[in-house]
Design a protein around this ligand. Structure first.
Ligand SMILES: [Zn+2]
Length: 151
């Protein structure tokens, strides 16, 4: 099944659960989108916490972003209990900033890669609101991607 023809967007929550994560919604401080944390009850030992205050489009991005952290940046340090946070309002050291950039770049590639953005622009033009709904990401993310890909 592809993304064309107005089919429902694949659920990233289901995807994360299939990979063994627990996914939970919690009211987090404003500006904090989510985090990846250890959870001995989760099938793979990790839980993705997503800010319930964010809208569904931002929450999709957060789940993908935390998945990328899991596959790229997971440290087997028992003291690093709360691993990664998506969003502002948190102090990052240099490594973390680099990891944030990587996580966002991989998330962009997942969402916009493989000609998806170009195909969506072919359908909807530069209507960022429609592109946002079609691709399941925020309008801000669409605008950045359009600029980066010079579309
Ligand atoms: Zn992050």
């Amino acid at each position: 099944m592809g993304m064309m023809g107005g089919e429902r967007l694949p659920s990233v929550k289901v995807l994360a659960e299939e990979l063994g994560f627990d996914v939970s919604l919690e009211l987090l401080p404003s500006g904090v989108r989510g985090r990846l944390e250890r959870d001995p009850f989760a099938q793979n030992g990790y839980r993705i916490v997503v800010n319930s205050a964010d809208d569904v489009i931002v929450r999709r991005w957060t789940v993908l972003h935390e998945l990328v952290h899991y596959f790229l940046h997971r440290r087997d340090d028992p003291f690093a209990a709360a691993l990664h946070r998506a969003g502002s309002g948190y102090f990052y050291d240099e490594d973390e900033l680099k990891e944030e950039r990587e996580a966002n770049e991989f998330t962009e590639a997942l969402v916009f890669g493989d000609g998806r953005l170009e195909a969506a622009v072919g359908l909807w033009g530069s209507d960022t609101e429609r592109l946002s709904r079609y691709l399941g990401v925020s309008e801000a993310a669409v605008k950045i991607a359009l600029k980066k890909l010079k579309i």
